[in-house]
Design a binder for this molecule. Structure first.
Ligand code: UN1
Length: 508
């Protein structure tokens, strides 16, 4: 297939060519197949990447093992200084990188740039954190004893990311992991290889400028075989995996088998509940962003909408109108809100989703069409009416299909919100304190992210990000998520010269 020469300059600005290597461990290489990066916008080939094999991974692992000692022994604030330089490198290329994300992943430009910004924000956070890994000092029950916690680097962190956030999710994991003292080995999505290579080039330039081993930020582009080998490798102390529940379950089992640590960010099936007392304008804009944004391809996308019966008709009417006005098309064009789906497989998943809705006694309120006349993977964001316990509602279809339901009592809406197997993000729109506090408390939403008057998506990096149940239980980004990337040493220091035993035990 022919290359698109239109984006040659963009690729050059990011130190990419038409042909690229997809393995980095201090030097670039790769002995796997050549994978084309196909833009979901129009099907053109953006460039090619020769990806890695499990043999490339094995070689890379050895280099990461060597780098581990250098990196972990650098004082944390000095590691922070390196991450600060990485921030500068990302910032300098933020527009080019954001555009590459749009071209290769298909999300609209503000969202492409937005996720580069999310990585930059994360580096800021990580730099601050590098001076704040504080352990507790705890009272010892024994005289002349001192008890404290020391946080040490965990070792090596493997990061496996998905196509939908080809920059930010790696950014959360790597920035935190690096300041925590762990080199990172990254496998991005096989359909966003150019972005993985571009990001790694920026980071490697910083490492080499500081005479540090490049393998501290290793990359092995590749398929499921490489991902599985990362999960199996007992030298990888933490495997952070973002992707489907089906694959995440397998990763979790493999890593548990060898007692490694796992951080799983799997599927969501997020809901928004709109009460009769809610600010309707706010709720409407939120639903639109959460359900249509990123063409429904965020794990935090709203897939279910519960409307109070008193506002159901009016709200739905306004929502349909808003859906009618959504501009679908080239994500690089200003004003477009809905770009293409990432792959043809996603278009098929959309088709199947629509069919399942109809087969399961549902109806299409709006949308349901694939826009075949456009060259890319374009579909119309869709609204359906269906029973909340229909099988199609239980699974995450990673496309812009929103199921709309009616409810009378908040408790019933909460029960329906919680009835699915996934537990990532849930939002309630209300102005009443009694609803707010119920929602965030034990009788409220059972997800990891519990919002009031904000959409299910668009979480800030300062909070811990992740979900319960089949979403996997991991927490990334802010708050105390860094603890997962470190090893807690509980240290007891006896300076008494005698040996009093805990629990008053006499052993003489
Ligand atoms: C994802 O969809 O994989 O909350 C991550 C959000 C973003 C991250 C989403 N900050 O939508």
């Amino acid at each position: 297939r022919k290359y698109s020469t239109t984006h040659k300059d963009l690729l050059a600005a990011l130190d990419l060519g038409e042909e690229n290597y997809g393995v980095y461990n201090g030097s670039w290489g790769g002995s796997g197949e050549v994978v084309e990066s196909i833009s979901p916008i129009d099907g053109t080939v953006l460039g090619r990447v020769r990806v890695g094999t499990t043999k490339d991974l094995a070689e890379t692992m050895e280099k990461v093992e060597e780098a581990k000692h250098v990196w972990s022994q650098l004082p944390a604030p000095q590691r922070g200084e390196i991450v600060r330089q990485m921030r500068d490198a990302l910032f300098a290329k933020r527009e080019d990188l954001g555009k590459l994300v749009s071209l290769e992943m298909g999300k609209i430009l503000p969202e492409g740039s937005g996720e580069v910004q999310e990585y930059i924000d994360m580096t800021d956070y990580a730099v601050g954190l590098s001076r704040m890994f504080s352990g507790k000092i705890l009272p010892s029950e024994r005289p002349g004893h001192f008890m404290a916690e020391q946080w040490n680097p965990l070792g090596i962190v493997g990061v496996i990311t998905a196509f939908n956030f080809p920059v930010a999710v790696y950014g959360w994991n790597s920035a935190i992991s690096l300041v925590c003292g762990n080199p990172v080995i990254w496998k991005g999505s096989p359909t966003t290889n150019l972005t993985s290579v571009a990001v790694t080039k920026l980071l490697s330039s910083v490492l080499s400028r500081n005479a540090l081993p490049g393998s501290i930020c290793s990359l092995v582009c590749g398929g499921a075989d490489v991902g599985e080998a990362i999960a199996e490798d007992s030298r990888v102390n933490l495997v952070s995996f973002t992707g489907s529940t089906a694959v995440g379950r397998r990763v979790g089992q493999i890593v548990q088998e060898r007692f490694g640590k796992c951080l799983l960010e799997l599927g969501g099936n997020n809901a928004i509940i709109v009460m009769d007392d809610a600010d309707q304008v706010l709720a409407l804009r939120s639903v639109l962003f959460a359900a249509v944004g990123t063409a429904g391809q965020r794990c935090t996308t709203t897939r279910r909408l519960f409307l109070h019966e008193a506002i159901y008709d009016e709200f739905l009417e306004k929502l349909v109108k808003a859906y009618t006005q959504v501009k679908i098309g080239n994500p690089l064009e200003a004003g477009v809100l809905c770009g293409p789906l990432h792959t043809k497989a996603a278009v098929n998943a959309y088709r199947k989703g629509i069919k399942d809705v109809l087969d399961q006694n549902g109806e299409i309120i709006f949308g349901g069409q694939v826009l075949d006349d456009l060259k890319g993977n374009y579909v119309v964001p869709t609204l359906t009416r269906i029973s909340h316990d229909a099988p199609v509602v239980q699974n995450e279809i990673f496309v812009p299909i929103l199921h709309v339901f009616k409810f009378t009592e908040l408790d019933d809406a909460i029960a329906m919100n919680n009835s699915v197997k996934q537990g990532l993000s849930s939002s309630l729109f209300t102005t009443k304190p009694e609803n707010i506090f119920k929602w965030i408390g034990p009788a409220g939403a059972d997800s990891g992210i519990v919002n009031i008057n904000v959409p299910t998506n668009g979480a800030e990096i300062g909070g811990a990000f992740g979900g319960e149940k089949e979403t996997g239980g991991g927490r990334e980004a802010g708050s105390d998520s860094w603890k997962q990337y470190m090893r807690r040493a509980t240290c007891t220091i006896n300076y008494s010269g005698i040996l009093p035993l805990a629990q008053g035990i006499k052993f003489e």
